[in-house]
Design a protein around this ligand. Structure first.
Ligand code: FAD
Length: 433
């Protein structure tokens, strides 16, 4: 039998970008030819145990846009790209039928489902070497390890230690890289994947959505430029960030950050450029502060691993939750006793988006007023959110349920919050009428 050609695989996950992509940078330093790969794993498009899908139509559409954009950006760099739908391990098996895979370059993930996936691949390809990157984080793990022995439970303790002589790595310079290796004679075809293939009907974007953006790195960089340099909205971020209506009260970077079409490190360096041009103020600082929250939840899940999925959370606190399907349905459908909660829940149902202010209120209401188990709410968010990120979603839900990084058991008063953040009922009227 003729020897199989040796190749490396650049396996895209939640790092769907060219700019500042450590795995792309690393695979380009090797002599071997390589294949870029993205798999829509079918298990993520089925219903999960709590009855919600793991990915709903809003994020599915955003992901399709993202992969399409990545495909065209990789083409420009002469990088062969394979896009498949199926079980991840089957796709790797198929590729290894034609090629001998030497190394897999990918982003490091440490949460349950992703680790299970790695193990399935390791079982069928035991000899393959793995090169994993941590470029989803703003702060590099070795920098954090130098500053703290253990990730603290409280964000303030984390931030204060980290912020002292703050160092963020440079971006990986991938934009100028072009693949000059000979073409691969790939005998596997990419699949044609649409919303229908993923199990959804086409839909219209809601006219009142606060997130009217497309997926993909191109749209992410447009948004980054628009929010910073074109509108200078960054300079008033601290005053507007608790808003509820429209595109510009906050950065809206989360959805691109979640699937990695934009990196937190790129945002950080753009903020620094902005500050040197237009000046530093509390708002420019505050966006970095929020990116630290994002890292904090990632480092928390790195420390506590699968505990973030337990009812008792990382505090191992046995809070008594009830289960009432009618109350859960009323919450989902915006039919509770609070018009502020209802407006927010109708927003997420119709658009896949909700503001941070809204998320805090509806999650607190679900856990503390309706007394329903937080993981049901978290699973609903997981299906619906365009910007779903396992660490931020489960971290924030645990926090509000009183089993996470906040040992105090705080309750948001939805009526007071509505008075403060929606005094003239504009937001409520938008979704309730
Ligand atoms: P901005 O206000 O512009 O903030 C900039 C960035 O900072 C965000 O893009 C995000 O990456 C980060 N950030 C801001 N607030 C938080 C926070 N509380 N926790 C972690 N990171 C933060 N965010 C997600 O990205 N994915 C989720 O699945 C998610 N689920 C959430 C669930 C609940 C119950 C709550 C209360 C919050 C959740 N968040 C989640 C955090 C936050 O609501 C969103 O990141 C934010 O609303 C996104 O809008 P933005 O990009 O305009 O944020």
């Amino acid at each position: 039998m003729p020897e199989k050609q040796k190749i490396n695989i650049l396996w895209f996950g939640n790092d769907l970008r060219i700019r500042d992509n450590e795995s792309l940078f690393n695979v380009m330093q090797e002599d071997l030819p390589f294949l870029a790969l993205y798999i829509f794993d079918e298990t993520f498009f089925c219903s999960a145990p709590l009855g919600f899908k793991k990915i709903g139509k809003f994020r599915a559409q955003f992901l399709l846009d993202t992969v399409l954009d990545l495909n065209s950006n990789l083409n420009q760099k002469n990088i062969p790209f394979l896009k498949k739908i199926g079980r991840t391990q089957d796709v790797f098996n198929q590729i290894s039928g034609q090629f001998e895979i030497e190394k897999i370059f990918c982003q490091s993930e440490w949460t349950q489902e992703e680790v299970v996936l790695y193990n399935k691949i390791k079982r069928i390809l035991p000899g393959v070497k793995w090169v994993k990157s941590y470029s989803q984080l703003l702060l590099q793990p070795n920098y954090v390890a130098d500053k703290v022995d253990e990730i603290p439970l409280l964000f303030t303790n984390f931030r204060q230690k980290i912020e002292k002589d703050f160092k963020i790595r440079n971006e990986f310079d991938c934009e100028h890289l072009v693949n000059r290796r000979p073409n691969l004679d790939l005998q596997i075809e990419s699949d044609d994947i649409t919303l229908k293939t993923l199990g959804f009907d086409d839909f219209e974007v809601h006219q009142s959505t606060a997130f009217p953006f497309s997926g993909g790195e191109t749209a992410a960089i447009q948004r980054l430029n628009a929010y910073l340099f074109e509108t200078k909205n960054l300079s008033c971020y601290k005053e507007t960030r608790n808003g509820l209506i429209g595109e510009d009260y906050s950065s809206k970077f989360s959805a691109w950050l979640a699937n990695g079409s934009l990196s937190a490190v790129s945002i950080f360096h753009e903020i620094k450029k902005y500050e040197s041009k237009f000046g530093y103020n509390e708002s420019t600082y505050w966006l970095v502060f929020e990116l630290l929250w994002r890292d904090f939840f990632k480092y928390t899940s790195m420390r506590f691993r699968d505990k973030i999925f337990l009812k008792v959370g990382i505090l191992e606190r046995d809070v008594q939750f009830k289960f009432d399907q009618n109350l859960v349905n009323e919450w989902i459908n915006g039919e509770t006793n609070s018009d502020f909660i209802n407006a927010n829940m109708l927003e997420i149902k119709n658009t896949g988006w909700m503001s941070n202010r809204g998320r805090q209120n509806v999650a607190s209401y679900f856990c503390k007023i309706l007394k329903q188990e937080w993981r049901i709410g978290a699973a609903y968010f997981e299906e619906m959110l365009i910007d779903y990120d396992v660490h931020s979603n489960y971290g924030n839900w645990m926090y509000l349920a009183g089993v996470g990084n906040d040992p105090r058991s705080r309750i948001f008063n939805a009526e007071k919050q509505a008075e403060q953040y929606d005094p003239n009922h504009k937001f409520r009227n938008l979704w309730l009428q």
